[in-house]
Design a protein. Structure first.
Lengths: 148, 148
DNA sequence: CTAATACTCTATCAATGCAATAGACATAGT
DNA sequence: ACTATGTCTATTGCATTGATAGAGTATTAG
């Protein structure tokens, strides 16, 4: 039931990019900058951000003043999307996956007890990750900072 | 966010053992019998059941009339226990794990947005798996069979 | 007592995926 | 032109997963 480093790093980077810039404009950050804040290996994050870009969640600008920025408003990017891109399906077993279903070979899916429980688990996970946006996470984090 | 084959096989076997025997007595099954029902590799399940036995969830009897049986009533064995033994912590990242906490290195845990969300996810997963017993699963499965 | 049967234990294996590193290339700004 | 940044592909070491093999031990049937 574990999130990979790839998934973790990707999420951390996206959350950083979701924090509103001082002047309220779109936040553009360079890989090195993100890695310094979150203590992540630069070359590894390069790959990860590239994957997220190719999946349409990020955009980038090259050259001296370059960097990465969100392709859509942070309210419209759900954590579930990011995790699926970097770590694959949310479901514990594929026979309860919505996005990547595969039969599991049990005699009767309808009466498979394991399948029922794992279906509940997948719904619980997806219920959180598909309903939490980057904006939600950013806001929650900043709220916690304020009250300390 | 995936359950390994080891975890899946172990759960399937435990669920089989939790089904009440015809005469209401304790159910004793041999590895070969379980594997035939659930289409699992015999030698692999041997290891898995042995692990579960060494963890105190199963008992066994050797020899011709031998087999495995639950060490406790099925009402007292939660799925979370089984998964933790075979697959490790339920938490997506270790910094939100109750049983196997480890700091993750983010600057401030209290205000880490990722940590908050993943804490919710871990609670959702544990909320299901630690509150569902083998007896619950067995009953649910048999109920589904009846109404078809 | 002996053979058959089923659990016990340790070792080994191939394949896969994870995490990371390396380096050559393309592009944008000064 | 020079430099800083993103782009792309390859490679590597390592651990884990999923599985198989085989020798050993207890128990029962005959």
């Amino acid at each position: 039931m574990r999130l990979s480093k790839r998934g973790e790093y990707g999420l951390r980077a996206m959350i950083q990019l979701a924090h509103p810039a001082a002047d309220g404009s779109l936040r553009v950050m360079q890989i090195g900058e993100i890695c310094e804040l979150e203590k992540m290996p630069v070359k590894y994050l390069e790959q990860i951000l590239l994957t997220l870009k190719n999946s349409g969640l990020l955009q980038s600008k090259r050259g001296v003043t370059g960097g990465y920025y969100l392709a859509k408003p942070a309210e419209g990017i759900m954590l579930g999307q990011i995790v699926r891109i970097l770590d694959g399906p949310l479901a514990p077993i594929r026979c309860v996956s919505q996005m990547a279903y595969e039969p599991c070979g049990c005699p009767d899916e309808k009466s498979c007890g394991l399948r029922m429980v794992m279906g509940d688990v997948r719904n619980a996970i997806a219920g959180i990750l598909d309903n939490t946006s980057l904006a939600d996470v950013s806001a929650r984090s900043r709220a916690a900072l304020k009250e300390s």
